[in-house]
Write a protein that binds this ligand. Structure first.
Ligand SMILES: [Zn+2]
Length: 219
């Protein structure tokens, strides 16, 4: 899945990691609504990611979609369909990152804590270093938190092979969800390309996730 324009963003990323950001923060003047680089980025909301800076994007270049984890959920798909079919983007970049908070809990644990289970409250408090205050009520939404599959690790744990594997699993699941969506064309004249990356918050560097590949085990 070679792609010259995404490779240019990777070059920009190398410059960013070595201390030179290309993004200009000032108002660029009047611009068209369609992203100039025909790019859509889906990234985690983590405060340590500055998406425009780390890819060397300018205002007007790309749609930047962010949520907890950078997961391909219903709303991300909604954004990507609008981005492509109505606003002419044809490249999608997924960005997960090391030390992600989504590695440090499970959906069941967070739900139990919010609903008032004392054991879950204690575990979440210990994991985050913040007093977890249960709301002691149930709720129909969100239907999922999309915590990453695999054994839970401490919040903000440094990268290791297992962490990288769990991140890659989730990037691949996201890529698969996009590539197999009936309303996102991946062949023919209107095709969209998708590439996935893990951003290392300790180095500033993006690392590409191979695809296809493993998408997670229950062990
Ligand atoms: Zn994150």
């Amino acid at each position: 899945m070679g792609n010259s324009s995404i490779d240019r963003y990777l070059e920009h990323n190398s410059q960013y990691a070595s201390g030179q950001a290309l993004h200009k923060p000032t108002y660029p003047g009047k611009q068209p609504i369609q992203p100039a680089r025909r790019l859509a980025v889906l990234a985690c909301m983590d405060a340590r990611l500055d998406v425009e800076d780390l890819l060397g994007l300018q205002t007007g270049d790309a749609h930047i979609i962010r949520n907890a984890g950078g997961v391909v959920n219903d709303d991300a798909i909604r954004c990507l369909i609008i981005s492509h079919h109505l606003l002419n983007t044809n490249e999608i970049i997924l960005i997960h990152h090391t030390r992600c908070g989504m590695l440090a809990f499970t959906d069941d644990l967070l739900k139990a804590g919010l609903e008032g289970d004392p054991e879950a409250e204690a575990l979440l408090g210990k994991a985050t270093g913040r007093a977890f205050v249960s709301c002691k009520r149930s709720a129909a939404t969100p239907s999922a938190f999309h915590a990453f599959r695999g054994p839970v690790e401490p919040l903000d744990a440094p990268r290791d092979a297992k962490q990288m594997e769990r991140l890659a699993w989730d990037v691949r699941r996201g890529m698969s969800s996009i590539l197999n969506h009936p309303w996102i064309p991946t062949s023919g004249p209107d095709a969209v390309t998708v590439r996935g990356f893990v951003y290392d918050v300790d180095s500033g560097k993006l690392e590409e996730v191979t695809y296809p590949g493993p998408m997670g085990s229950v062990g």
